[in-house]
Design a protein around this ligand. Sequence first.
Ligand code: GLY
Length: 350
Amino acid sequence: MKTVQVNASNSYRVLIGSGLLPQLGEHMKEITGNCKAAIVSDSNVYPLYGAIAARSLENAGFEVIHFVFPAGESSKNGDTYLKLLNFLADNHLTRTDCLIALGGGVVGDLTGFAAATYLRGIAYIQVPTTLLAAVDSSVGGKTAIDLTAGKNLCGAFYQPSLVLCDTDTLNTLSMDIFRDGCAEVIKYGVLYDEALFDLLAQTGISFPREDVIARCVQHKRDVVASDEFDRGARQKLNLGHTIGHGVEAHSHFQISHGKAVAIGMAIVSRAAASTGMCTTDTSDRICRVIQSFGLPIQTEFTAQQLMDAALSDKKRSGATINLILPKKIGSCVIETTAIAHLQSFIEAGL
Ligand code: GLY
C-alpha cells in the first residue's frame, strides 16, 4: 500500500493499494468516533462493491445506511442532490456522522457537494472505483453538481477526511472507461513528470497501477497544497480540458471526457509546436503516447465549433481565456490568450 498525505484546509491521507476496500471500516475508525456511515453509490458500483464496504464498516462498529442513484452524468443534478440531502435528514444524520462516496467521479462530486452543504458540513470519505476518480476527482476537494447551463456549475471546495483507493476495483472497469482515466494519467506526465511520461511510453496501458496512481496523486497533492482554490497553479490541471470540453459538448457527450481530453491535449500540443512554444518532437511524443493508449488525437469538429463550446466554459475570464501549453515534457505554462486569437490557435492544432 502507498500513502500520500494531503495538506490543505483539511489534511488527510490517500491510501492506494490492492485489497483495501475490506479494510474501509478499520481505516475509518482511525479518523472518526462511533457514528452512522451513509454509503452513497450508483447503480453500477453498489451491486459490485456495496456489500464489501458495508460489511467492513459494520464489522468496525458503524451503523450503515446506503443511498444508490442511477449511474451516469445525468444523475449529477439538483434533483439527485436534494434527494440525497432529504435521505440524510430522514435518517437523522448529524454533524458527527460521515458519508462514503463509493464510485467514480459522478458519485464523488455529488457526495462531496452534499457533504459540504448538509448541516453546513459533514465529513466524507472518497472511495474511488475508476482510474479517473483515483488520480483526479477524489483528491483535492472539488465537489459539484451540473446545472442545465453546464457541467460542475454549482459546487464547493470541500476536502474529504480520507481517500481509500482499492486498485482491485479497477479490474471490473471496461477497457473503454479505464482508457478514459489514462488520459488524465498521461496529463500528469506532460505537466510535471518526464520520468512518468517515459514509463507510460514504455508500458502503455499495462503500467504498474499502484505506483502510477500514487505518483499522480503526489502531483495532485503538491498542486492542491500550493493553490487549493484554483486561482493559479491548479489551473494547469486543465491541460487539454478547455478544447476537450468543446469536443465533449459538441458531441452531445457521446465522446467521453477522457477521449475529449486526449484530443484536447493533442490539439494544444500541435498548436504550441506551431507557435514555437514547444518543439515538434515534443508534440509528436505527446501524440504518440496518447495514441499508444488507444486514445484519439484528432477531431472532425471545426475550430469555430470548438471555440464556441470553449467560450461557454467557466475557465473564460472576460476577453481572455487561460490555455495550458506544453513547453517540454514535464513542464507546461498558463498562457492567457485573447479570445480574438483563440480560433486561429485551435486551427493551428487541428
Ligand atoms: N480536476 C481538476 C482539479 O482538481 O483542479
